[in-house]
Each structure stands twice: as C-alpha cells, then as structure tokens.
Design a protein around this ligand. Structure first.
Ligand SMILES: Cc1ncc(COP(=O)(O)O)c(C=O)c1O
Length: 326
C-alpha cells in the first residue's frame, strides 16, 4: 500500500523524511520503511543568517562543535503550523549557552524569528526543528578564545513517529550500566552537543531490543532516560526526579507537570531509586520527540498492571489537546 505523510519510525530526534515523501507499506515495524521521494522539494537550512539548500549547508571541519561537541542545541516540535513551546526552548537554549560561555550571535527575539522563517520556508506544519549553535571554527586546541564565528544552524523537517502500538501497549525499558554524567563534570541541565553519555546508554538499550534505557546518577538514584524524562504514579501521586538528580529539565516534563496539576494531581519532584519504579502503579516518559509514552516494564519487572494506566492515559490525552492548541 502506498501511504502519504508520516513515515513509520525514526529514532528520537532524527528527522529524515521530507514531507513530500511517501512510504510503501503500512507496516509499523522499526526496520526499513520504503520511501518514495519523487516530488521532494529541496530542504532549506538556516545557516550564517541565510536559508540555503541542504547540500550547501556546511560548517568547517575546524568547528569545535564538530571537533569537540562544543555547542548547544534544541529539538522543538511544530504542530498545526505552530512552533510548540518556542519560548521555553529558546530560554533553555540561551541558558545552556550561558553555562558553556558560548555567546549566541542572535538575540532570543531574532532567534525566534529565524526559527519561524525556517519553518515557513520549508512549508512545515507538522514537524520538528533542530536548532544547533556550535562554538565556531578555531585551532585544534581546546581554547575557546581561539575560535570565532559561532554557527547558528536551524533545520526544519518532518518527523517520523514511534509506532502507535508503543503508545497503546507501552514500552519495555532497561537500566543502563552507563551512569548519567555527574553534574560536577558536565551538568545534564546543559543541552550540549556532546551526547556521548546518552549514546552509550542508548547502545545498551538497543542491544537488548529496547528503544529507551533508564540512566541512574552516581548515587544510584533514578535520573532520566537517554532522551526522555521519567515519571511514575504511586498511590495517586505523580512523581519525577528533581533537577538535582542530574537531568535535563525537559520542556515536555514541565508541560506535563502543569497539566497534571490542572487535573488536580499532586506532583512531586523527589529522589527515587529503581525500586520505586519497579513498585510504581504507572510509569511514563516525556520528551519532545516521544511526547508522553507509557512504560510497562523495567528490567523485566512488570510495572503496575503491565498496561498503560489511567493517569498516564489521561495525561497523554491532555497533552494531545495542549499540543494542538486546545
Ligand atoms: C537527556 C534528555 N532528557 C530529557 C529530554 C526531554 O526533554 P524535552 O522534553 O525538552 O524534549 C531530552 C530531549 O531532548 C533529552 O535529551
């Protein structure tokens, strides 16, 4: 069968298919959806203040973003032609940049405008924006004083979604042996271009057939997953690790906490260990790409009933309404 629009599966954050692409087969398997990209229009990438063809969007191999992962980024969703929670993402971007002493050559207002312009130029109404700020080209050493021209790159593209059955049935997650970066080494609150910590844990997840891994901090407490924040429901209370546990303060996490409070739930940011997840009534993850996704198994332990619970389902629904402007 030939379908149009959204592709079957792309991993967190990766956005590979132009909106003009079509896929053959309605399979929801992970592997190899077959794309037909006959009428593909050229992707325009914002770089050095201009929108250029994807093929011409290039940075120097001496850019410290490439050499050292020295830079910051954001991933943002576009729903109904609207950049979702733009202000929150822009704020976190500038906070991340401040923390690594990277001066972004645009003001937040100019950045917002550049994002909107890039989304419009690519005709994206449902999609994903990747905003990357790299340190800029320099010498081969680490010294940031010997770099210049931080690069602002904005890519707006379509996003392929996790298969619907993952939302219906929930995910199985494993705990990675790779611990989350110690905040004293590199704070997980910084959304930096250096994701090796998360990638190493992600390898552990995929090696065991999972798409997400739980990461603990150096104290053995629950931190977050490789690209998502984690929540549990226990005795009617919604709980999630606090920033001090060594997490990225997810924008989706913040939105979901707000929705939960609106729904009358008690929300607690508390330290947790793996045992708390094992004995939870419900568990779910939040993230820009995954949105709100139930977890029904951690390390081979069934969580709650082993199916997505009522609070999770309710919050998932509320999030669907929020994202479409409801
Ligand atoms: C390590 C990590 N934690 C949590 C999240 C979720 O954050 P957000 O909801 O802002 O996408 C992400 C996604 O970017 C992430 O990379």
């Amino acid at each position: 069968m030939i379908g149009t629009g959204l592709a079957v599966y792309v991993d967190y954050g990766a956005t590979v298919n132009r909106f003009a692409c079509r896929f053959v087969s309605n399979s929801t398997k992970f592997s190899s959806p077959l794309f037909i990209c006959g009428t593909e229009m050229s992707l325009k990438v914002y770089i050095a203040g201009e929108l250029v063809d994807k093929a011409d969007a290039k940075v120097s191999v001496f850019d410290h973003g490439f050499l050292y992962g020295d830079g910051v980024f954001e991933g943002i969703r576009v729903y109904n032609g609207r950049v979702f929670l733009m202000d929150e993402h822009i704020e976190r971007l500038y906070e991340s940049a401040l923390a690594i002493r990277l001066e972004i050559p645009l003001s937040p207002a100019e950045m917002t405008e550049a994002v909107n312009k890039t989304v419009a130029a690519n005709g994206i109404t449902e999609g994903y924006v990747r905003l990357v700020i790299s340190r800029g080209a320099g010498t081969l050493g680490l010294d940031i004083r010997r770099t210049s021209d931080p690069q602002v790159i904005i890519i707006a593209d379509t996003i392929s979604l996790y298969p619907p059955e993952m939302y219906r049935d929930g995910l199985k997650v494993v705990t990675a042996s790779t611990i989350r970066n110690h905040a004293g080494a590199l704070s997980p609150r910084i959304k930096s271009l250096n994701y090796l910590n998360n990638i190493l844990a992600k390898i552990e997840a995929t090696d065991t057939g999972c798409i997400e891994a739980l990461m603990l901090n150096a104290q053995g407490e629950v931190a977050e997953c490789t690209g998502d924040n984690i929540f549990i429901v226990k005795d009617g209370v919604l709980k999630t690790p606090p920033p001090e546990a060594g997490i990225l303060e997810g924008i989706t996490r913040g939105a979901v906490m707000g929705l939960a409070r609106q729904a009358g739930l008690t929300v607690q940011e508390v330290a947790m260990v793996r045992h708390d997840i094992y004995i939870a009534d419900e568990c779910f993850l939040t993230g820009t790409a995954a949105e709100v996704i139930p977890v029904v198994d951690l390390d081979g332990r069934k969580i709650g009933s082993g199916t997505p619970g009522p609070v999770t389902k309710d919050l998932l629904e509320r999030f669907q309404t929020l994202k479409t402007g409801g």
